[in-house]
Design a protein around this ligand. Sequence first.
Ligand SMILES: Cc1cc2nc3c(=O)[nH]c(=O)nc-3n(C[C@H](O)[C@H](O)[C@H](O)COP(=O)(O)OP(=O)(O)OC[C@H]3O[C@@H](n4cnc5c(N)ncnc54)[C@H](O)[C@@H]3O)c2cc1C
Length: 374
Amino acid sequence: MKIIIAGGSIAGLATALTLDCTGHDVEVYERSATPLRGQGGGVAVLRRMMAFLEQHGHYCRDMISVPTRRRRWIDRDGALTRDEPEMLPFSSWDAVYRSLCGMLPPGRIRYGELVTGFSQDDEGVDVRIGERTVRADILVAADGTASMLRTQIFPGYAPSFAGYIAWRGIVDEADFDADAIASLVENMTLHKAPGELFMAFLIPALDGSLAPGSRRFNWLWYRNEPDPEALRRHLTDRAGTVHHASIHAGQLSDESVSTLRQLAEERLPAAFAQLVLATRAPFVQAIFDALSPGFAQGRVALVGDAACTVRPHTASGTSKAAADAVSLAQALAPPATDAVQRLADWSAKRRAEVTSLLEKGPQLASVFGLGTPP
Ligand SMILES: Cc1cc2nc3c(=O)[nH]c(=O)nc-3n(C[C@H](O)[C@H](O)[C@H](O)COP(=O)(O)OP(=O)(O)OC[C@H]3O[C@@H](n4cnc5c(N)ncnc54)[C@H](O)[C@@H]3O)c2cc1C
């Protein structure tokens, strides 16, 4: 089948790869004019995705990871309050993105191409891309949490704000004296205060290196934000544009950056404040819950954050996107002459599977005192 994918981030690329592995003719249309390289922070490693790709002959070692060995909680003075074993391998968004791009056959990703809508009939789907229309058998919406294609299918549905934001940042291990960061290396370190949670862990260097001294710290600072006006300010970038859910690195306004730095000095343990203060380009993400009323309609399927957006502290956004990709390719294994029925079956099954993951997020958040209780 000819399959068009709208969105060339993790879900779009993972779906393109798994569908390509199972013999479909796949094209990805990404609105960004250039590859999304060099962005993003830490992500949990995609075990199911790697297993699937290795079964199909792809080498996946590039989705390398830094292991965390312990989960350590510290108080405002930096004293250890809890310490337990933790074996969670973390990779970086960028390492996963680069390795997915590298595994796709050349020419499959078209950049600077905005998908603006679709219409479908019994035989196929006409996808509007910029000024033209391209015919396909199936359209996959991988256009993220603010999915325009989901809105076209389910116009009454909108994701709900969970009541908190995450400031985030990446900073080189090499920017610090070894002594100043010794307790943070290869551990996941956390600090909790009313209405906020800070965590930091190591991820690979931008070139994928895992060598001590070359890696990077990924930090996240979740904070309740019940005030809609303050939320709007957080999501207004340095050019004055208001974003739906996040502002990328380098785009935060000077006012936001100085508020972040001031709060870090006032509220965080010194080991964490030094990470925030040394971060050149922090970014922000508002936390949303989204569960699309369906994951397919006719010849259109939704994957990744467009289908369901889970809370980042479940460490599962990227791995869920990868699992969507694997399960969709399995559901559409050729010959898929009854594609519409298969998509409907996949939608019902996959939506039921992710619902429990979605529910885990608010439960975890309420343990940390974040957001509105479930
Ligand atoms: C640059 C970037 C960095 C990220 N970094 C992290 C991270 O460090 N850690 C983490 O856990 N998660 C990160 N995420 C989010 C993470 O990728 C998702 O939560 C998850 O992996 C599912 O991704 P997704 O592909 O469904 O959605 P997204 O990653 O949001 O991607 C949606 C893609 O669709 C494109 N798009 C949207 N509308 C259209 C359209 N109409 N036509 C064509 N293209 C369209 C967007 O440009 C984007 O590339 C990042 C996302 C991006 C885009």
